[in-house]
Design a protein around this ligand. Structure first.
Ligand code: NAP
Ligand code: ZN
Ligand code: ZN
Length: 351
């Protein structure tokens, strides 16, 4: 076992603090990655604070992991020492069920081992995430990252990127389609960039007036301040597709009313509290309300290659590990522009 410095939550209320975890030496089909950067996703905050149900503490969050391969098992084929590699929201799955066989391991019906606050395939060992110096993972669940890409701007693609890419791809977003993105945070800003790169005309719905300029710079044509009276009047029946990335409870009805007939509203934002939906907002216009969970390994690799080709990267603020708690507070206040990314080499400086 390899002692590894990390940053962990010890309860739902206390601030995160330095911790030491153990990583295993790689088995024949595993690689050991020295983590260089790890993004802060709002899911980390929901989990650390037990907002989605009871969390297992200590919890080392982080599922936007990038780094350098430092050791490989003897059967490893896709990676060599020195390569750049990434790990997203899950580190293992059964590999045999219908979902795993169709490259949608995140929906594994046996056991998907999520990157943190979950159990390994043995159903015993807790998983620990990317707020740490290194991680051991089966090569099948690691992503290849081109050496030419700036790693800190790639890290958020491993969750924010794939979570927005997957539904945009699934619903066939292409040139000329009208797409709405709700919430301009970590996921939302990737949604804007990706929908634009697919050729869509993008509208951002935001509660923050200060984000209009950025929304347009990131690729949006229109910006709607969703908390203003009558904000939705001009966009009734306008959109083919709306992607909702909001992290807190809100009303879906105005977004459903903004869809065309047969339009689709996809929820990726995972607010802990339930919202009501009016049946009529779906019945008239035969609208679809659905959800989407990250993406499989094959699709995540496809997304990384798409982003490399189209020069789509995340807008990041790199922070030392000592700033993690402050970054959580700023994310909760909507002050993130647009993803905090931890420089994990700074874990070394902590006592
Ligand atoms: P984030 O950076 O905090 O962004 C969320 C944005 O939602 C905020 O920037 C804000 O945008 C808007 N918002 C926040 N509170 C709001 C409220 N009360 N009413 C209306 N709008 C509000 O979070 P994130 O990392 O992008 O994650 C977003 C959500 O997606 C989280 O719930 C996360 O757990 C979930 N998630 C789901 C998946 C999946 O697979 N489905 C994957 C990753 C994350 P404006 O300032 O523009 O209004
Ligand atoms: Zn995430
Ligand atoms: Zn499976």
């Amino acid at each position: 076992m390899i002692p590894t410095r990390a940053y962990a939550a010890f309860s739902s209320e206390a601030p995160l603090a330095p911790h030491v975890i153990q990583r295993r030496t790689p088995a024949p089909d595993e690689i050991l990655i020295e983590i260089l950067y790890s993004g802060i996703c709002h899911s980390d905050i929901h989990t650390v604070r037990s907002e989605w149900g009871p969390t297992q503490y200590p919890c080392v969050p982080g599922h936007e992991i990038v780094g350098r391969v430092v050791e490989i098992g003897k059967r490893v084929k896709r990676f060599k020492v020195g390569d750049h590699a990434g790990v997203g929201c899950f580190v293992d799955s059964c590999g045999k069920c219908t979902e795993c066989r169709s490259d949608e391991e995140q929906y594994c019906t046996v056991h998907a081992a999520f990157t943190y606050n979950s159990l390994e395939r043995d159903l015993k060992t807790p998983t620990y995430g990317g707020y740490s110096e290194r991680i051991t993972v089966r090569e099948r669940y690691a992503l290849k990252i081109k050496k030419s890409l700036p790693l800190e701007k790639v890290a958020p693609l491993l969750c924010a990127g794939i979570t927005t890419y997957s539904p945009l791809k699934r619903y066939g977003i292409r040139k000329g389609m009208k797409v709405g993105i709700v919430g301009l945070g970590g996921l939302g800003h990737m949604g804007v960039k990706l929908a634009r790169a697919m050729g869509a005309e993008v509208t951002v719905f935001s509660t923050s007036p200060g984000k209009e300029k950025d929304a347009k710079r990131l690729g949006a044509r229109h910006f709607i301040l969703s908390n203003r009276p009558n904000a939705f009047e001009p966009v009734q029946g306008r959109f083919d597709f709306i992607l909702d990335t909001v992290s807190a409870k809100h009303d879906f009805t105005p977004y459903l009313e903004s869809l065309k007939k047969d339009g689709t509203l996809v929820l990726v934002g995972a607010a802990p509290d339930p919202s009501e939906v009016q049946a009529f907002s779906l019945i008239f216009g035969r609208k679809r309300l659905t959800g989407s969970l990250i993406g499989g390994i094959r699709e995540t690799q496809e997304m990384l290659d798409f982003c490399a080709r189209k020069n789509v990267l995340s807008e990041v603020e790199v922070i030392p590990a000592s700033m993690i708690n402050a970054a959580y507070e700023r994310t909760l206040k909507g002050e993130v522009r647009y993803r905090f990314v931890i420089d994990t080499s700074t874990l070394r400086d902590l006592k």
